[in-house]
Design a protein around this ligand. Structure first.
Ligand code: CAA
Length: 693
């Protein structure tokens, strides 16, 4: 018998406990142990009248063991475990706590009854890994909660709270006291009351009363529309539709076939890579023993767009936060932005009114910098200018209590220089949030040369607490994300001169899977921002600079690379911009000719990958996966392509090296010459993933 699964009896009830930390994933040994013990408890022993399946540690089974995907399957499969549960003539009760997800929830759906502890969150998140539930989830879940809810859960991958699970019939009871004792009591009642043991797979009433096929197809179309190149959503819909159209045994086989196809796909490999890379990105081996400080109070300096968003992040996470502005007017504007954002979320049903009030109550506004004296962390989010920021850091140095973290939200500037404007560079760190800060998941945590292990550990821990995905990076202009983005921007302008139009460049990237292309993005962010920065650095962008000189700053002026109708955010191609592009190319003697989508994508992404190779060699990023996480969570790189470095590996670095060489010859831009690391790996027939950890 496996040591990861054990059995005891409690007054005639067999309690089978899974203990496979950290999340009780059902790897081979767990599956084998379960089949063995369930069969034993189900069999002849007349002393056992019912079975409870429970888990030790922080959660009920949180899914299949993702590290086993892609390896040859080792029976018994999760399906065999569920079949053993369903074959049991005695009541089987699943005792759920933590996060019963994926294969874990499917296991519970193979039981006759489900009870859960308060706080349990249940879901089928497979779609986020580029797969669909493969052990009956698409067939059993709609039979318990109805098709509409099952579709929402499976297509979003989002878990539901236990109350909701009770109301929709997914769990039978919430146990407020000891969970396993409650599950045993439930099992005894089921025996005493001779409750019928109807298998979930045989329950037809909710399916029968649910949508007809045309309603199903209409609802499904809404999800496929948003799938943007991903294969899993369509497969999930095919499997769910089979619940209505096929006998359950056939539908289960259909689900399995679709699952096996997806699990072997490049999309799922890419999404699994991101799952593990996300967890890796915040790990810094040389500070592993550093202890993060407790954060009871936070402060944010600046209530502009970024400052307001960061303030909301703290308030959302339950941390009282003081926000400081220089004038009462600016402060009021900032606080109004925060309140408006909350009200909009509440109006859309995303936030209960009392919770909104609680969040707003955690925010204190002031124009007195001295008010940050007792904060455990201060995040500076003032105007992006070294002089301005250094002045703020100098003043903070005289106010902030000793040991507190002083972070800057700068997106480009030198954290070491900011550290030097204080007497405690060890407490200074970068925390680069992405706009809108209360929404975007990425947090680049910038480690300065003098940043102490405790400061870095605290910034990472705070990031996690705020629900962010922290990725640790080193100091350089623009860090990892913006440094790579700048190359894409330069190339996008070149493509205009060479023959593409803004909407063609943008469409090539949205077809690739980005939510937006560079020009629509520039219009949204405001073209004047980059213009100002270029001027300060003596740089230029042939088309964007001219647009700015014409007062075309993007959406805020209703004109930029595109035209915007009054009140609309939909970009429309503008013949005036096309003329300007054609004229500029002619003045520069560039002969324009049409460019295909693939050529556009290569020109935009390969130089970024090349820069990523330089970033790795310089040690600015610790691992290629960190760069992938930054691009997926901060810049909308499609997760199903795994981020730029994983994508590069999937194409083969030899191909990328050759294309880069061709770009360098064509444009005369020396930065396109393959970076030494990329060149070496390509020559050795290796990929970025082969780099030692
Ligand atoms: N398989 C293997 N390892 C897993 C895992 C899984 N299903 N889930 C989590 N882990 C690992 C993580 O990689 C992490 O490892 P390290 O400590 O080495 O970094 C560790 O467990 C703890 O995970 P988190 O840091 O994420 O812990 P958390 O408390 O923040 O979150 C969680 C816990 C909500 C369960 C989260 O880990 C999670 O969402 N896991 C994935 C759940 C999932 O997708 N399940 C479906 C799997 S697919 C499936 O089941 C297919 C099927 O139908 C047969």
């Amino acid at each position: 018998m496996s040591e990861l699964v054990s059995m005891r009896t409690d007054g005639g009830v067999a309690v089978i406990t899974i203990d496979n930390p950290p999340v009780n994933a059902i790897k081979y040994e767990v599956r084998a142990g379960l089949v063995d013990l369930v069969s034993r408890a189900a069999g002849g022993d007349a002393g056992i009248s019912a079975i409870v399946i429970a888990c030790a540690g922080r959660t009920f089974v949180a899914g299949a063991d993702i590290t086993e995907f892609g390896k040859p399957p080792r029976p018994p499969s999760a399906i065999a475990v569920i079949e053993a549960l369903e074959a049991c003539p005695k009541p089987v009760v699943a005792a759920l706590h933590g996060t019963p997800l994926g294969g874990g929830l499917e296991l519970a759906l193979g039981c006759h009854f489900r009870v859960a502890a308060p706080g349990t969150r249940l879901g089928l998140p497979e779609i986020k890994l580029g797969i669909i539930p493969g052990a009956g989830g698409t067939q059993r879940l709609p039979r318990l909660v109805g098709m509409e809810k099952a579709m929402a859960m499976i297509l979003s991958g989002e878990p539901i709270p236990v109350r909701d699970a009770l109301d929709s019939g997914l769990v039978d009871e919430i146990v407020d006291s000891d969970l396993v004792a409650g599950a045993i009591a439930f099992a005894r009642r089921a025996v005493a009351e001779k409750r019928p043991l109807v298998l979930v797979r045989d329950r037809e009433e909710k399916l029968a009363n649910a949508w007809g096929l045309s309603q199903f197809d209409t609802a499904a179309a809404n999800y496929t529309k948003r799938a943007r190149g991903q294969n899993a959503p369509a497969a999930a819909i095919t499997a769910l539709r089979a619940a209505i159209t096929l006998p359950v045994a056939d539908a289960l086989r259909r689900e399995r076939d679709l699952f096996l196809e997806l699990v072997a796909s490049d999309q799922s490999k890419a999404q699994r890579h991101i799952f593990f890379a996300e967890r890796e990105a915040a790990k810094v081996p040389d500070i592993a023993s550093a202890k993060a400080h407790d954060i009871a109070k936070a402060a944010v300096i600046g209530a502009g767009t970024m400052g307001a968003g960061i303030t909301m992040c703290f308030a959302n996470a339950g941390i009282p936060v003081t926000v400081v502005e220089t004038s009462a007017d600016a402060l009021t504007r900032g606080l109004d932005t925060v309140k408006r954002n909350y009200r909009n979320t509440a109006a859309r049903g995303g936030l209960a009114t009392d919770e909104m009030d609680a969040r707003i109550a955690r925010i204190t506004g002031t124009t007195d910098l001295a008010a940050v004296a007792d904060a455990d962390i201060v995040v500076e989010a003032v105007f992006e200018d070294m002089g301005v920021k250094q002045e703020v850091f100098g003043r903070l140095d005289g106010i902030v209590k000793s040991g507190a973290v002083i972070a800057s939200n700068t997106s480009y500037l030198d954290i070491d220089a900011l550290g030097r404007s204080t007497t405690r560079p060890q407490s200074v760190v970068g925390m680069h949030f992405f706009s809108p800060a209360n929404v975007m998941r990425l947090l680049e945590v910038v480690r300065g040369a003098a940043t102490s292990p405790e400061t870095l550990a605290t910034a990472i821990a705070v990031g996690r607490k705020l629900g962010k995905v922290p990725a640790v990076v080193g100091v350089c202009h623009g860090f990892v994300g913006n440094r790579m983005l700048r190359l894409r921007g330069v190339e996008a302008e070149r493509l205009l001169l060479e023959g593409a139009l803004p909407h063609e460049v943008d469409a090539a990237l949205t077809d690739f899977g980005f939510p937006m292309g560079p020009f629509a993005m520039g219009d949204l962010a405001g073209l004047d921002v980059g213009w100002r920065m270029r001027k300060a650095q003596g740089l230029s962008a042939p088309i964007a600079d001219q647009l700015c000189e014409l007062g075309r700053y993007g959406q805020k002026t209703s004109r930029g690379f595109y035209l915007y109708e009054p009140g609309s955010r939909t970009p429309k191609p503008d013949p005036e911009v096309e003329r300007l592009i054609v004229d500029t190319a002619a003045q520069r003697g560039v002969a324009r000719s049409p460019l295909g989508k693939d050529a556009i994508v290569e020109r935009l992404l390969f130089p970024m990958i090349n820069e990523g190779a330089r970033i790795l060699r310089e040690g600015i990023a610790q691992r290629p996966g960190d760069i992938d996480v930054i691009w997926v969570y901060g810049y909308g790189f499609p997760a199903y392509r795994g981020g730029p470095m994983h994508y590069a590996d999937s194409l083969g670095l030899g191909y990328i090296r050759d294309r880069l060489t061709a770009f360098a010859d064509k444009t005369g831009d020396g930065r396109h010459r393959p970076a030494p690391l990329l060149d070496e790996l390509a020559a050795a027939g290796r990929g970025f993933a082969s780099l030692p950890a």
